[in-house]
Write a protein that binds this ligand. Structure first.
Ligand SMILES: Cc1cc2nc3c(=O)[nH]c(=O)nc-3n(C[C@H](O)[C@H](O)[C@H](O)COP(=O)(O)O)c2cc1C
Length: 175
């Protein structure tokens, strides 16, 4: 598969089979993601890998909207950043998470980004407890790490739907 085919084939996957992810496959994905570029090469991104079904269930409860499917994932990778290393820790995390999703795709896995940073646990109570606070407590995330997102992983239960054909030329400007 060419790189172009790979990125076009990737879709967010929220339904997974029971098949376990071999540890060496998981390690390849994590190592690939850790090659991500980072501001001033600070390499501020960290990963916390969760496979315990009970903890996945607790993670799925971090928000009342958009995270429930995590309970069906085989693994969840919590994408963390060293907030003291750089003010661009979120950008660095986002690039790492994207590489992680693409590497997962190359390994035949499905994945989905579940957002954490800046999201309340309850959609209608934006000033209430934050998903990041909940997860940091649940997973005993040490200071000074911040959490950008969780990437849910597993073998897809159904084939991905192809991207809709669309003309994106209005999103590109040549000067
Ligand atoms: C920054 C970001 C936040 C996202 N947050 C969530 C989320 O909390 N829950 C979810 O189910 N999907 C989430 N997604 C996945 C998007 O919904 C998905 O990428 C988008 O609908 C495009 O679909 P595709 O990934 O299949 O191309 C997120 C994606 C990104 C990049």
């Amino acid at each position: 598969m060419t790189f172009s085919e790979l990125v076009r084939h990737r879709r967010s996957c929220r339904k997974f089979t029971d098949a376990p992810i071999p540890p060496e496959t998981l390690r390849t994905i994590l190592d690939d993601a850790l090659t991500a570029p980072s501001s001033k090469n600070v390499r501020s991104t960290r990963f916390m890998v969760v496979g315990d079904p009970e903890t996945l269930e607790r993670i799925s409860e971090m928000r009342d909207f958009g995270s429930s499917f995590v309970r069906g994932a085989k693994q969840a990778v919590v994408v963390l950043g060293d907030t003291q290393a750089t003010d661009l820790w979120r950008e660095n995390c986002a690039i790492s998470a994207t590489l992680l999703q693409l590497s997962a795709e190359a390994q035949g896995l499905g994945s989905c980004w579940v957002h954490v940073h800046g999201r309340p646990r309850l959609h209608d109570v934006p000033e209430g407890e934050q998903a990041e606070e909940y997860l940091a407590r649940l997973l005993e995330v040490p200071e000074p790490l911040g959490i950008l997102c969780v990437v849910a992983l597993g073998y897809p239960a159904e084939p991905p739907r192809p991207h809709r054909e669309r003309d994106d030329s209005d999103k590109i400007v040549y000067k």
